[in-house]
Structure formats: structure tokens, C-alpha cells
Design a protein around this ligand. Structure first.
Ligand code: NAD
Length: 488
């Protein structure tokens, strides 16, 4: 096994297996390798779990479910508070692992650890808030009491781009609600999820409350779980195509589902915008996670009156981005996660250029190994370019120009997705109108960042079902029992 000096301690501390009553390897002894996107070298091998392991994890979740459901709200909150403290104490180790497995810069990785820990803290605080209610029926003759109960054992499936934050955004509300869970991280990035599971165990969650099942064959693990009557819910974050398949399988057993799927965010810049705000927030909306984010701005729609000034300043900033090894403190952009991601970005840029788009900026990238892609701005992207319909998931900004506000809203809504949208304007009345007209679960107003632990994150149309974060995120793991009695 080749490994690199930087991050070696962090790698050696990854638990060697998945969690049920203790850490253990896959039942077959099989493993698969995890690669560093910056060197393309293997950095670790983890258990390659199969259906038997998945069902063993569900056995543990089902056995722990009644025990965990009976704990007091305060006991659950205390476990989450301890987990929060443990994540902060381990911030650097978790950040190094994120940089090694995802390729994101160490600065962004530290930010992800804090963001993930913040979900844990928020749900520790939310865990003790009451969710039932008591009222009288309209006819005055009956009393209505609702009791919030945990939905039961859950399957939580996470993507590779923000593996720790996505695990925390699911596990923390599940644990707060009194649910037990099987966490299946993405095969490209299982390491931080294994450490997160261990930290939860050490924070006092009984075995079985969370099992982390790593696998290179996700359908072989999810299939038997979705077919098992003990599983009560699936929460998935990933691509719309896989989400659709999981919804079909969940439908057979009428499972509760939460689906955080793909996006195609429009970033609308009106000619009354503050140009400096537009460029600053465009950089955040485009370049956070190197563009490998479901809420990354995928289509820049810019008013004719401001387009030349905006494109000039934006292109200058994009061309100056420092691309390099993600572990270096000065690096602003690391590699993409794998060669498929690089090929997809190149395909979408080539298609747009072949159809008439113009490349107006491109930053230099390092020679040698690593899945590096140049930050790129393409202007005058034609309406039939594939990049306007597919998530580019990389550091490429595609720009189209518009004349009227109505044209801008129509172009913004011209997508099967509706996760995030951004509006840059100084006209409060226009902002209200445009935000109301956009078919989107979230709208950033003069901001290129919408994620917040206290806010309901999620989409409309084919971007998903349900919400994560905020009180809404806890409700995804609760079911309400209604008790009816004669009025007191
Ligand atoms: P993906 O759909 O390929 O994989 C997501 C997860 O599903 C992984 O754990 C993977 O192992 C698993 N998976 C893949 N095929 C499966 C199958 N047949 N059965 C069961 N599980 C399966 O997505 P990805 O490439 O890891 O992530 C990128 C996508 O995720 C993008 O579309 C992005 O927009 C989306 N995303 C959405 C959000 C959100 O909150 N809406 C957040 C992050 C990423």
C-alpha cells in the first residue's frame, strides 16, 4: 500500500471495519481501495461489505431501535453534544482525511468539519424541543393529542462531495429523533464516515444506533435493506438517476423517503446589481468545493447592461485561482474527485465551444498526476449546449445573457431541477418578484451561499423530496401518532 507522509497519522487512525456491536471487517474479508485524487495513488483499503453485512447491520439497528427510542430527549442530546465536542477536538484529523479522500483543499476541509459539527450541535439543541401538540376538535367534543415517535431503523446513503457534512446532516437528526441507522457512504470517500461512526460510539451511543457499511457494490447493499420489513425509512443524497431508482424500490414497501438530489442552479445578475457583490458572490456560488456541489451555480444568466463588466471582472478572478495540491495551505482549488469527473467537465466545455461558446478565462493547472481541471469561464453559451441541462460539477462557469426580467426567470426555470437559485440585484421589489417566480427550493439573495444548519435545505421538481437542516430536518425522522379522547 502506497501512502504519503502528509496525513499518515490520520489514515492510520481510520477504524478497520463497520460497526455493529464492535468494529469488524466484511464477512467475506473482501476490501476495496480508496484513492487520493491528487496523486491517483491508493491511500487505504476498507471492508467491501455485501448483502450479509448489510443485513447484520440492520439486525443491530432493529435490536437497538426500541432501546434507543425509549431514551429521554436529554440523553440523546447529551450524546450529540459529546459528539460535537469530539469532532472539534479531532478537527485536524477529520480535515486531513477529507482532503485525502475528496481532494478538497485543507481550508475547505476544515470548513466542512465545522459545518458538519454544527449540524450535530444544532440537533443536540433541537432534540429536547417538544414536537407533539394538544388541542380540542372544532366541535368541542374531542381532545386531540399528537405524540412524535421515531420512524424506526433508517438507511442513510451519502455522496462523495461533502461526505462528513452529509453524514452529520442525516445522522444527527435521526439520533435526536430516537431512530437507529445504517450509514452507507459513497465508495470514493468512506474514510471520514468510519471515523464519524466511531466518534458517535465513543460519545455514548449504544452499539447498533449507527452502523457504517462501506461497499464498492452499493445496489447489493441497499437492495436487501430496502426489501426488509424492519427498515422504515431511506434518506438519500446523490444523483437524481439513483434517487429515482431508490424511490421505485421504496415504493414497493411504502417507506418514508427523503431525497436530496441533483441541482442545476441559475445565478441571475440584474443590471441594477452591485458589480462587486455580483463577482464576489459568483465566485462563492461557483467555486465552493471546486464547483462539485449540488448548489453550485451551473448557469450564469446576466443582464445585457452589466454583462461585459461582470464577465470581465469574473474572468479575471477565475483565471487567478491557485490550483495545486489540496494539502498546501495556499492552494485555492485541488483536483476533482476522479477521472470520470474530469472527462465530464471536458465533454461539456467541448460541446459548448463546438456550438459557439467562447472561452474567456482559464487558470493554469499543475503538470503530472492528479485529476486537475482548469477554472474556466465560457461566455455566449448557446441555448442548446448540454452544460445548461447537466450539472457540470467542476470549476466551469457558463454564461448566457438576457434582456428582460421575464426572460431571466423563464431561463432560470428551464430545467427539470429546482434546488438552489441566486439573485443579485439592489432592487428589493424585483428581488421579491424574481424569488417568488423561481421554481427552486432555496434562493440566495445577494449571497452565493445558502447552506445553514438552521435552514431547510432541499429542492423542488426533480431535485428531491423532504428537507434537511432546521426543525424540518428532524420531522423527516418522526411520525405523529394522534390520540383521540372525549374532551376533558
Ligand atoms: P451518486 O448518485 O452516484 O451516489 C450517491 C450515493 O448513492 C453513493 O453513496 C453511491 O454509492 C450510492 N449509489 C450509487 N448507485 C446506487 C444504487 N444503484 N443503489 C444504491 N445506492 C447507490 O451521486 P454522487 O456522484 O456520489 O454525488 C453527486 C450527486 O449528488 C450530484 O448529482 C449532486 O447534485 C448530488 N448531491 C445532492 C445534494 C443535495 O443535498 N441535494 C448534496 C450533495 C450532492
Amino acid at each position: 500500500m502506497t501512502t504519503i507522509a502528509w496525513g499518515t497519522d490520520a489514515l492510520q487512525s481510520v477504524p478497520a471495519g463497520f460497526l455493529t456491536t464492535d468494529w469488524r471487517p466484511a464477512s467475506t474479508g473482501a476490501t476495496f481501495e480508496v484513492f487520493d485524487p491528487a496523486t491517483e495513488e491508493p491511500i487505504a483499503s476498507v471492508p467491501d461489505c455485501g448483502p450479509a453485512d448489510a443485513l447484520a447491520a440492520l439486525d443491530a439497528a432493529a435490536e437497538a431501535a426500541p432501546v434507543w427510542a425509549r431514551t429521554t430527549l436529554r440523553e440523546r442530546a447529551d450524546v450529540l453534544h459529546r459528539l460535537y465536542d469530539a469532532m472539534l477536538a479531532d478537527k485536524e484529523r477529520l480535515a486531513q482525511l477529507l482532503t485525502l479522500e475528496v481532494g478538497k483543499t485543507i481550508t475547505e476541509a476544515r470548513g466542512e468539519v465545522l459545518y458538519a459539527a454544527d449540524y450535530v450541535r444544532w440537533y443536540a439543541e433541537e432534540a429536547v424541543r417538544p414536537h407533539g401538540r394538544s388541542t380540542v376538535a372544532p366541535n368541542g367534543q374531542h381532545h386531540i393529542v399528537t405524540v412524535a415517535e421515531p420512524v424506526g431503523p433508517c438507511l442513510l446513503i451519502t455522496p462523495w462531495n461533502v461526505p462528513l457534512a452529509m453524514a452529520a446532516r442525516k445522522v444527527a437528526p435521526a439520533v435526536a429523533a430516537g431512530c437507529t441507522a445504517v450509514l452507507k457512504p459513497a465508495e470514493l470517500t468512506p474514510l471520514t464516515s468510519l471515523v464519524f461512526g466511531e466518534l458517535l460510539l465513543r460519545a455514548g451511543a449504544p452499539p447498533g444506533v449507527l452502523s457504517v457499511v462501506t461497499t464498492s457494490r452499493p445496489a447489493e447493499v441497499s437492495g436487501p435493506l430496502l426489501a426488509d420489513p424492519r427498515l422504515r425509512k431511506v434518506s438519500f443524497t446523490g444523483s437524481t438517476d439513483v434517487g429515482r431508482m431508490l424511490l421505485e424500490q421504496s415504493g414497493r414497501r411504502v417507506l418514508r423517503t427523503s431525497m436530496e438530489l441533483g441541482g442545476n442552479a441559475p445565478f441571475l445578475v440584474f443590471d441594477d446589481a452591485d458589480a462587486e457583490v455580483a463577482v464576489r458572490e459568483a465566485m462563492i456560488a461557483k467555486m465552493r468545493l471546486g464547483g462539485q456541489s449540488c448548489v453550485a451555480a451551473n448557469r450564469f444568466l446576466v443582464a445585457d447592461g452589466i454583462a461585459d463588466a461582470f464577465v470581465g471582472a469574473f474572468a479575471e478572478r477565475m483565471a487567478a485561482i491557485v490550483v495545486g495540491p489540496p494539502g498546501h495551505e495556499d492552494t485555492e482549488l485541488g483536483p476533482l474527485v476522479d477521472h470520470r469527473a474530469v472527462e465530464k467537465v471536458h465533454r461539456l466545455v467541448d460541446d459548448a465551444v463546438a456550438k459557439g461558446a467562447v472561452v474567456v478565462a482559464q487558470a493554469p493547472i499543475p503538470d503530472g498526476p492528479g485529476h486537475y481541471v482548469a477554472p474556466t469561464v465560457i461566455d455566449h453559451v448557446p441555448a442548446d449546449a448540454d452544460i445548461l441541462r447537466e450539472e457540470v460539477f467542476g470549476p466551469v462557469a457558463a454564461i448566457r445573457r438576457f434582456g428582460t426580467e421575464a426572460e431571466a426567470v423563464a431561463a432560470g426555470n428551464d430545467s427539470e431541477h429546482g434546488l438552489a437559485a441566486y439573485v443579485i440585484s439592489r432592487d428589493a421589489e424585483r428581488v421579491r418578484r424574481v424569488a417568488a417566480g423561481l421554481q427552486s427550493g432555496m434562493v440566495g439573495i445577494n449571497r452565493g451561499l445558502v447552506s445553514d444548519v438552521a435552514a431547510p435545505f432541499g429542492g423542488v421538481k426533480q431535485s428531491g423530496l423532504g428537507r434537511e437542516g432546521g426543525p424540518e430536518g428532524l420531522h423527516e425522522y418522526l411520525q405523529f401518532k394522534y390520540l383521540s379522547s372525549p374532551a376533558f
